[in-house]
Design a protein around this ligand. Structure first.
Ligand SMILES: [Zn+2]
Length: 158
């Protein structure tokens, strides 16, 4: 099945996930709930991951059916929201004053979880995919934070 055909089947679940993230925005390095949702999804997929990377980041590791190539690729999404007030009126409007997913990171996080669903379901590739859920993109240098060596907690490994 092509990735697009596979993801059509996940569309409504992923929409629900994005709306939930949209309703619960968290600022840089405060993405605790978001990181928990990411970790819960990865647990459900039996994907190995490391949480608490660069404080609130999560890095997942999906190994292909083969690794003859020894290649690896990283896919990245950012998770934090902006300190601004949301004036939308739809049901999944931000529940918090002064916090809004106005930069689309709710969508980015959901897209990467969509990729995780597809890649973990087939593992039909040669090499390793690292999924990097980055904290603190909006001016907090979260990318630098996750590159620094430091303590992290390991999730379930397959
Ligand atoms: Zn942004």
């Amino acid at each position: 099945m092509s990735p697009i055909d596979y993801l059509r089947g996940e569309h409504s679940a992923l929409t629900e996930l994005r709306r939930d993230l949209h309703a619960h925005p968290e600022l840089g390095f405060e993405e605790h709930r978001t990181a928990q949702i990411v970790a819960a999804e990865l647990d459900r997929l039996y994907v190995e991951y490391h949480s608490g990377v660069g404080r609130t980041g999560v890095v997942a590791v999906i190994r292909g059916q083969r690794n003859d190539s020894g290649r690896a690729v990283g896919l990245r999404a950012d998770m934090d929201a902006l300190p601004m007030h949301e004036e939308n009126e739809f049901a999944h409007v931000s529940r918090f004053k002064g916090r809004m997913h106005g930069c689309g990171h709710d969508g980015h996080t959901t897209m990467l979880l969509g990729a995780a669903r597809y890649l973990a379901s087939t593992r039909n590739f040669d090499g390793t995919v690292y999924l990097i859920f980055q904290p603190g993109e909006e001016g907090f240098a979260g990318g630098k934070a996750i590159c620094r060596p430091g303590p992290s907690r390991c999730g379930r490994a397959r």
